[in-house]
Design a protein around this ligand. Structure first.
Ligand code: IPM
Ligand code: MG
Length: 371
């Protein structure tokens, strides 16, 4: 019996709680069936935390987040909190988790399941078999750069500003994560920036290119301008395997990549910190790329598959349980093959299913595969 694994579950807002409750069912299933025990703690993050405590995440929750082996998050935000001051906005809770735990490496795989070819707005031949990985820098860049704010010039003109800033070590560490992942996949990496316009973009290109030449000569490496990358992603996405990029471009490109797969409701993500050299542990947070979908929240309509696939990523990256991760991924494929679809991936000839019906089908598929 392996040692208990400690988890913090932060369902958040909107559809977050609904999709996370399906993940909990899989955790219970694994507790019973797979010789692994998860110690689960719950917490609040986002708008729900603001409503209860007046902040988007509490210090107590942050303290727990620092001690657990992994964090599972649903989603944060919604129109209800649009007038809340920025430092207390739901998003601030997620950003604090990322920043305080130094979760600098965000992995966003975009995989097209054969069963969902019809759900993509792109032609089947463009997306069939697509399997790409966006590696997004997550704790720096314009998301956190100082100074930022709104002020007034001497002539009375008001202005707003943010700062795009990257240090050399920040670029180097995300580049190395991306090269290492590329080395485990197809030895191919593209780095996206705006080196033609931005100082920080030209610097990013210089640092990543140097690492490519000095440390990873066997990896096929290219730089690409981020706008061209956005275009190439819809023109011919299969030319890419791993893409490394900064925080802001990664936010944009990963939403775009998500839609190649048919729905943002399908995309998982992992946000990883550095491995501690003494303990060998690393902070890690797993969350679906989708948002809170306030229009369908609380109606049992949301697609729980991105959350379930995020749970599978946790098994792989935090617990070295690749076999169990594979079991979940294959069961997701079984559910899709059975024709069940939530609204976001619905197409003619399939059966519309609720969040909980997808969960039922997934558990049944797990039972079959584990039998
Ligand atoms: C994401 C989201 C977040 C981001 C929001 C919710 C702060 O869009 O994870 O992609 O912008 O990083
Ligand atoms: Mg985003």
């Amino acid at each position: 019996m392996a040692a208990n694994k400690s988890l913090l579950i932060l369902p958040g807002d909107g559809i977050g709680p609904e999709v996370m409750s399906q993940v909990r069912r899989v955790i219970d299933w694994m507790d019973k069936r797979r010789c692994v025990t998860f110690d689960v703690q719950d917490g609040l993050v986002g708008g729900i935390c603001y409503d209860t405590h007046g902040v988007a995440v509490t210090d107590e929750t942050m303290a727990i987040a620092r001690t657990v082996d992994a964090i599972l998050l649903g989603a944060v935000g919604g129109p209800k909190w649009s007038d809340v001051p920025r430092q207390h906005r739901p998003e601030a809770g997620l950003l604090r988790l990322r920043k305080d735990l130094d979760l600098f490496a965000n992995l966003r795989p975009a995989v097209v399941f054969d069963a969902l070819i019809d759900a993509s707005t792109l032609k089947p031949e463009i997306v069939r078999g697509l399997d790409l990985l966006i590696v997004r820098e997550l704790t720096s860049g314009v998301y956190f750069g100082e100074p930022r704010g709104i002020d007034t010039l001497p002539d009375g003109t008001e202005r707003a500003f943010d700062t795009q800033i990257y240090t050399k070590p920040e670029i180097e560490r995300i580049a190395r994560v991306a090269f290492e992942l590329a080395a485990k996949r197809n030895n191919k990496l593209a780095s996206a920036e705006k080196s033609n316009v931005m100082e920080s973009g030209a610097y990013w290109r210089r640092i990543v290119s140097a690492i490519a030449a000095q440390e990873y000569p066997d990896i096929e490496y290219t730089n690409i301008l981020a706008d061209n990358c956005a275009m190439q992603l819809v023109r011919d996405p299969k030319q890419f395997d791993v893409i490394v990029t900064d925080n802001l471009f990664g936010d944009l490109l990963s939403d775009e990549a998500a839609m190649l797969t048919g729905s943002i409701g399908m995309l998982p993500s992992a946000s990883l910190g550095a491995v501690d050299p003494t303990s060998g542990r690393r902070h890690a947070l797993y969350e679906p790329v989708h948002g809170t979908a306030p229009d369908i929240a609380g109606q049992d309509k949301a697609n729980p598959l991105a959350s379930l696939l995020s749970f599978a990523m946790m098994l792989t990256y935090s617990f070295d349980m690749a076999e169990d991760a594979r079991l979940i991924e294959q069961s997701v494929q079984d559910v899709l093959a059975s024709g069940l679809r939530t609204g976001d991936i619905m197409s003619p000839g399939h059966t519309l299913a609720s969040t909980s019906q997808i969960g039922d089908a997934l558990l049944a598929a797990l039972d079959r595969r584990a039998a």
